[in-house]
Design a protein around this ligand. Structure first.
Ligand code: NAD
Ligand code: IPM
Ligand code: MN
Length: 369
């Protein structure tokens, strides 16, 4: 069997706490399921800055480029609020996305049945919710040039970020959204702001043309992104796949996360284009950040990180049964009333990060036997 090479980048804050729970699952899969994972570790974010003065070292970038998949925890925190912008913790994540060309960010928002009450919306609005946000991840205002603060010389400064999209960037992310829709409920909603942005006009045109050319069997709808945000909290179940740009996707996926009960629940996969052998670079990370307010307390919810590893099993290694079992294990543990603080409800048993990880591993072992 070929080795499956993983690079683990736990990062800062609750990142290492959540990653520790995934490490236990990997160890079990190697020992009992013959999964053959090899793991290497690296530093990213504030922890890399403290060690190397950079948000990720060149050595760890090389490891990331060579790995079959990268598992990423979270970066950032108040300790690094004053470090120079170029080496702030978040720069490590942005460099990984850009240099690995991970243009497609898949952010599923699934409301586990047991958590319908934990949502900020009425249970009937989110019960059975299963939407997929496909966020463009290597373009737009995150990376467009110029990006700077200039001194206007009259006591005023000007902050500039530039939103740029080329046809090929929109075409390839639209293609990913349409392909994925075909494996789901066959519907795509594209969101932009063509009423105020030229890039929005182009986005709308290119998505429409891509649809007409190759995916006319999929139902396509367009929505202005602000209205899309409103619809996400009004009637989220109307959506199947949402495709949108880097910044709108960032915001809309945090909104979608809360529909499912907690930011601590949402996984994500960031994928590159397949090479001629069909292999694609990939990084898997929770949607949440380093949660400085709860870091070090052992109370973080590890589910987003564990579910990100399930996505890794599915998308990088085609281990579909294992991915299904791991997701099922999460659902079973939630059904049994075990909860971390962020999703706690009356009548449930509150546990910490390690206990939640142990409970999921135990359920996974039973399902894998
Ligand atoms: P955050 O996601 O870290 O936290 C927002 C809120 O959600 C906090 O109250 C936190 O306690 C809670 N939360 C998040 N994850 C949780 C979990 N697993 N279990 C329980 N509660 C959880 O967002 P923030 O506070 O805006 O940002 C903190 C830092 O994280 C910033 O430096 C930011 O740049 C960074 N950040 C990093 C990533 C990433 O690494 N991918 C993503 C978002 C934010
Ligand atoms: C996310 C985060 C990142 C983003 C930050 C930490 C760079 O918010 O992954 O959602 O803005 O993309
Ligand atoms: Mn975000």
């Amino acid at each position: 069997m070929t080795a499956r090479n993983l690079l683990l980048l736990p990062g800062d804050g609750i990142g290492p706490e959540a990653m520790a729970e995934v490490r236990k699952i990997i160890a079990y899969m190697n020992a009992e399921l013959g999964a053959g994972f090899t793991t290497d570790e690296g530093l990213v974010g504030g922890s890399a800055y403290d060690a190397h003065g950079a948000a990720i070292s060149e050595g760890d970038m090389e490891k990331a480029l060579a790995a079959d998949a990268v598992l990423f925890g979270a970066v950032g925190g108040p300790k690094w609020d004053d470090v120079p912008y170029e080496v702030r913790p978040e720069a490590g994540l942005l460099r990984l996305r850009k240099d690995l060309q991970l243009f497609a960010n898949l952010r599923p928002a699934i409301c586990y049945p047991a958590l319908a009450n934990a949502s900020s919306l009425k249970p009937e609005l989110v019960e059975g919710l299963d939407i997929l946000i496909v966020r463009e991840l290597t373009g737009g205002v995150y990376f467009g040039e110029p990006k700077e603060i200039i001194d206007l010389g009259n006591g005023q400064k000007r902050g500039i970020d530039t939103q740029v999209y080329d046809t090929y960037e929109i075409e390839r992310i639209a293609g990913v959204a349409f392909e994925l829709a075909r494996t789901r409920n066959n519907r795509v909603c594209s969101m932009e702001k063509r009423n105020v942005m030229k890039s929005g006009v182009l986005w709308n045109q290119v998505v429409t043309e891509t649809h007409k050319r190759a995916y006319s069997d999929v139902k396509l709808e367009h929505m202005l992104a602000d209205a899309g945000g409103m619809q996400l909290v009004r009637a989220p179940k109307q959506f199947d796949v949402i495709v949108t740009d880097n910044l709108f996707g960032d915001m809309l996926s945090d909104v979608a996360a809360m529909l499912t009960g907690s930011l601590g629940m949402l996984p994500s996969a960031s994928l590159g284009a397949p090479d001629i052998k069909g292999r694609r670079k990939a990084l898997y990370e929770p949607v949440h950040g380093s949660a400085p307010d709860i870091a070090g307390k052992g109370i973080a919810n590890p589910i987003a990180m564990i579910a990100s590893f399930a996505m890794c099993l599915r998308y990088s290694f085609n281990m579909i049964a294992e991915a299904d079992n791991l997701e099922k294990a999460i659902a079973e543990v939630l059904d049994s009333g075990v909860r971390t603080g962020d999703i706690m409800a009356e009548g449930c048993r509150q546990v910490g990060t390690v206990e939640m990880g142990d409970a999921i591993l135990a359920a996974f072992k039973k399902l894998s036997a």
